[in-house]
Design a protein around this ligand. Structure first.
Ligand code: AMP
Length: 304
């Protein structure tokens, strides 16, 4: 089934205990669309960049299965820029710079050829823009998944709550779940957030795995213990790309299917952190993905 991905396409500058990058290609929708295309074959992107964004990188995304028909290029403006610095444990980071630039007045256009998409992934972006994309689809997709972050909770909580009310699945990290709900316990936080609208909630806990909440059920998937986490940037987006990519591929939105999708999302995220930016994601084979998923199965399966 076809998938529409919206979110930031950006320049990132990243600092980790292992090194530092100049401006490299990043952005939520970049990670999501490249990752999900391993499952869908082709993922349809809606995003905006400035004239400074390298045309070669757009071609590279196309080569990796991203349909860029819905990518607007504002020649006279600058691309979104984000810079972050990771602490020694790599589980927490500080945002150093967020320059919205071209995102400030982003008016998303959903091309006619995307209108029949059954799956919609709202990657990290201003919540009012995420909502516009839902509203600009002729028919509500079968499944709408949304990711967001503390930045939007700090500056646009009211808009965020309105958009959250319209989605089926929300993915956020543990700190964001606490901020959004005002609850420290993640179980209480999950209950409160689900009352805001989404029937399903995924709370990502970095190297401590991910939780999927639905009604009275909870599913847990660990993160793969890795010798070295090189750069966690984009891990959450890559998780989302694997999650929705798997669901779209199998066209099954049952809770059982979502559990498997969480494992696929976690497996894809485990690749992302092995190198800077999208470097590792553009270099995967189907057999590597299957082997990695099997490692998750082995890691978490036991009989009593
Ligand atoms: P993650 O590590 O999965 O949380 O995502 C990191 C990506 O999110 C980076 O590539 C950034 O370009 C992008 N990003 C950071 N802040 C924002 C924001 N406020 N809105 C949209 N995208 C953002």
């Amino acid at each position: 089934m076809s998938l529409l991905v919206v979110g930031s396409v950006a320049f990132d500058a990243i600092e980790t205990p292992f090194g530092k990058t100049d401006k490299i290609i990043g952005g939520a929708a970049t990670f999501i669309s490249i990752c999900s295309a391993y499952f869908t074959g082709r993922s349809n992107l809606v995003a905006v960049v400035g004239g400074d964004f390298p045309k070669d990188d757009i071609k590279l995304m196309e080569k990796h299965g991203v349909n860029t028909e819905g990518l607007q290029i504002k020649e006279d403006e600058k691309s979104f820029f984000w810079s972050g610095k990771y602490h020694n444990d790599m589980n927490s980071r500080d945002t150093l710079v967020t320059e919205l630039n071209v995102l400030e007045n982003f008016d998303p256009v959903v091309p006619e050829s995307y209108q029949d998409c059954e799956y919609l992934m709202l990657g990290n972006l201003a919540p009012q823009v995420q909502r516009l994309v839902i509203e600009r689809m002729n028919k509500r997709p079968k499944l709408v998944v949304m990711d967001t972050m503390n930045f939007w909770m700090d500056i646009a909580m009211e808009e965020l709550v309105k958009t959250i009310a319209m989605v089926d699945v929300l993915t956020i990290n543990d700190e964001e779940a606490r901020q959004l709900s005002g609850e420290y316990s993640l179980v209480k936080a999950a209950a409160k957030i689900r009352e805001m609208g989404p029937k399903y909630l995924i709370i990502k806990k970095g190297e401590h795995g991910a939780l999927l909440f639905h009604e009275e059920e909870v599913f847990f998937c660990p993160a793969l213990p890795l010798e070295e986490v090189f750069d966690p940037t984009g891990a959450g987006d890559t998780f989302a790309g694997g999650f929705i990519g798997y669901l779209a591929k199998h066209d099954d939105v049952s809770f059982e299917s979502m559990k498997r999708a969480v494992v696929y999302g976690s497996a894809m995220a485990s690749f992302c952190v092995e190198r800077f930016g999208t470097e590792r994601l553009i270099d995967l084979s189907d057999s590597e993905i299957s082997e990695r998923v099997q490692r998750f199965v082995n890691l978490a399966t036991f009989t009593i």
